[in-house]
Design a protein around this ligand. Structure first.
Ligand code: CP3
Length: 340
């Protein structure tokens, strides 16, 4: 069995499997080259030949233990009917949803069908991957996707969604429920196309007010995991509730995930105490260390690997690789992890 899948069954490996979040992307010259062939980023994601190539590029260059489907968490709102554009240098822009009329305009039915090009990408990657490399499918978690849908873009303090969550829980819950349902259909379609593992990115879990964490993060993740397990009991799910360390224990215990992604603000030793040892931990090197590379980076990587000895553990960063990362530092990092 692929080492990546073994870890997610709770079996510690001598050398931890490794992949890095956002491993396909702008830091790679070969990515920038093919990215220039598409009209815009959404088009790029929805053109299987390009997305297959982008998925495979880091695997060819570095030989990670897992490939992650090349797509984006914001394809779901677009497939539900919300307009989406990626403005060069500014990030995503969506026509914001702020009221019941906005919610009514969203369609859950047919989301997976409208994202059929993503399934073609999954199939194409699966057919081309080396036999030891696992294929990760993914989606954004409902809270994180909802932040973009309600704020209309990235934002920083997420004031609008927090205000809605407190003052109109019915509307807020309606948006979360619609997203949960669409996400389940989308992830199940990815499994049927060949995804072997799923990751749920809750990038903005850290901005959820504590009393709402159960409703906004844990409940939707639990529903998604339950539906996935009902469809495909053998497909493991990794949850990444970023910057939400005080809730890690509850998240791990109540969502049913098989692995938990840990951000670089959270000590791995704390995470190891909060998450029962039957579940894998994944993380959590500070992505900034890859800018300078060298011994500061490799020493820290070795320290993480040693600290996780005997525990089911996947080496990764605490968040996505930065576009300014020199590609050769990623090679150094993998060598350090595998030689540690
Ligand atoms: O290699 C991989 O990880 C696979 C592909 C992937 C992308 N986005 C490609 C991408 C994955 C898994 C994502 C997830 C994603 N998308 C998240 C969660 C993970 C995280 O980093 O927190 C979020 C929050 C998004 C939303 C998103 N997509 C933003 C905010 C942006 C713009 C900001 C930026 O980095 O430019 C994107 C664009 C995006 N998604 C790019 C890539 C490679 C860059 C766009 C380009 O090439 O023009």
């Amino acid at each position: 069995m692929k080492p990546f899948l073994q870890v997610l069954r709770g079996e510690a490996q001598k050398v931890p499997p490794v992949w890095i979040m956002r491993q396909a992307g702008r830091y790679l010259p070969e990515y920038r080259e093919i990215r220039a062939k598409a009209r815009d980023f959404v088009d790029f994601c929805l053109t299987p030949d390009l997305a297959i190539e982008a998925t495979l590029q880091p695997i060819r260059r570095y030989g990670m233990d897992a490939a992650i489907l090349f797509a984006d968490i914001l394809l779901i709102p677009q497939a539900m009917g919300q307009s989406l554009a990626f403005v060069e240098g500014e990030g995503p822009k969506l026509e914001p949803i702020r009221d019941r009329e906005g919610l009514k305009r969203l369609t859950v039915n047919g989301v997976a069908e409208r994202l059929q090009p993503v399934m073609e990408t999954v199939k194409g990657v699966k057919a081309a991957l080396p036999g030891t490399v696992a294929l990760i499918g993914f989606a954004g978690a409902p809270w994180t996707v909802a932040t973009y849908m309600i704020e209309g873009g990235g934002g920083s303090d997420h004031a609008l969604i927090r205000r809605m969550a407190w003052s109109d829980p019915v509307l807020f819950g309606g948006i979360l429920d619609a997203l949960t349902e669409a996400t389940i259909a989308y992830l199940i379609a990815q499994i049927d196309a060949g995804a072997e593992v799923l990751q749920l990115f809750d990038t903005w879990a850290g901005s959820v007010p504590a009393p709402l964490f159960e409703r906004a993060v844990i409940q939707p993740a639990a529903q998604i995991v339950k539906a996935i397990k009902a469809h495909a009991p053998h497909v493991p799910v990794i949850g990444f509730p970023r910057a939400a360390a005080p809730h890690l224990a509850a998240y791990a215990a109540r969502t049913g995930v098989d692995g938990v992604g840990i951000d670089h603000m959270t000590p791995l030793s704390f995470a190891a105490g909060a998450v029962t040892p039957d579940k894998a931990l994944q993380g959590n090197l500070d992505p900034i260390l890859l800018l300078a590379g060298g011994e500061t980076m490799t020493d820290e990587a070795s320290r993480l690997v040693r600290a996780m000895t005997g525990r089911p553990y996947i080496f990764n960063l605490g968040h996505g690789v930065l576009p300014a990362t020199p590609p050769e530092h990623v090679a150094q990092l993998l060598a350090a992890v595998r030689g540690a």
